[in-house]
Design a protein around this ligand. Structure first.
Ligand SMILES: [Cu+2]
Length: 321
């Protein structure tokens, strides 16, 4: 028997509490520590007065279709029809690349979307099922760069270590989004891509998922399954709220993207939600909050090795058009 609306209402409340109840218990630190000394500097700006304005445009798609809140797409493996809920991510360390391979840093102009060379790209507009962010969207990096003949583009996804482990309430926009922040210890959610698909699950009388066919269970019901891809640093050591600074994170989880051929004047960087969700079953669980092996496929598509937290040459989620 299918009773979509009542169960969905029950789950609305449950999801609001559990939507991102990460961080999970902090894993034991292991090899690959990202100590601040080797982490990415926050502000490698070039400002010699001769710089020229540059805009690096992004676009969001789901396969070949534009990403739009309120629309449904076939997503995941096996493919299911899912609504889109969220697509936002931070980028930093933006560089244009010359023909000889040398780089010029793009200094991002301070704005509500850009702070100290960190930018938030935001493709959800709070319509339809998009209930994580707000109405505003941002698809452009706006900055300046030294004059030059540039052929390529490089950037990292995430918030630099030095800016990632502070009190959310003290942070300026765009670093102040509560739905893109875990805690002082774990810091920001660098990349958020969430979908919502109908899934059939055993449900208990109080709306929770049944652990067994216990008395009071309602039996199999259609519920709305939010599937998260939440990427952020894990294994972070320290407890800032107790006065102990975070000194390092075992798994930095900051992808580095590199495109040999990119013309800022005519091209865009496309993030493809379908590629992010490829290989993940969107109705089997609530997805990935960076702490569990359910992250493995999405991390690979974003160019990360989940087991080490290091960048990997496996990304399929970004392309140039
Ligand atoms: Cu999460």
């Amino acid at each position: 028997m299918v009773t979509l609306a009542p169960v969905r209402a029950l789950f609305g409340a449950a999801l609001a509490l559990s939507a991102c109840s990460d961080p999970a218990p902090v894993p034991t630190p292991d090899a690959g520590i990202d100590a601040p000394a080797v982490d990415v500097p926050a502000t490698p700006a070039v400002t010699d007065g001769g710089d020229r304005a540059v805009t690096i445009r992004f676009a969001a798609r789901v396969g070949a279709r534009p990403f739009r809140c309120g629309e449904r797409y076939p997503l995941g493996t096996p493919a299911v029809e899912a609504e889109v809920v969220d697509l936002r991510f931070y980028v930093h360390d933006v560089r244009l690349v010359r023909a000889d391979g040398t780089e010029a840093h793009v200094a991002l102009t301070a704005s509500p979307w850009q702070h100290q060379n960190v930018a938030l790209l935001d493709f959800e507009d709070h319509t339809g099922a998009c209930d994580q962010g707000d109405a505003e969207t941002n698809a452009d990096l706006v900055g300046t760069v030294a004059p030059g003949d540039y052929r390529g583009l490089r950037f990292r996804v995430g918030v630099p270590f030095a800016m990632n482990h502070t009190d959310l309430a003290a942070q300026p926009s765009p670093l102040n989004r509560s739905t893109l922040f875990w805690s002082w210890n774990s810091g920001h959610i660098f990349f958020a891509a969430t979908t919502r698909a109908a899934a059939t699950r055993p449900v208990t009388f109080d709306g929770g998922l049944a652990d067994a066919a216990a008395p009071g269970d309602l039996g199999a019901q259609v519920v709305m399954n939010d599937h998260f891809t939440h990427v952020g640093s894990t294994g972070c050591m320290g407890n800032p709220s107790a006065g102990t600074a975070v000194t390092a994170c075992a798994k930095p989880n900051r992808p580095e993207l590199s495109f040999d051929a990119f013309d800022a004047a005519t091209q865009r960087v496309v993030i493809d939600l379908a590629a992010v969700k490829e290989g993940s079953n969107l109705t089997a669980n609530d997805g990935c909050h960076s702490f569990t092996p359910t992250c493995t496929p999405a991390f690979s598509h974003l160019g990360l090795d989940w087991s080490t937290g290091a960048p990997a040459a496996t990304q399929t989620a970004f392309r140039v058009e």
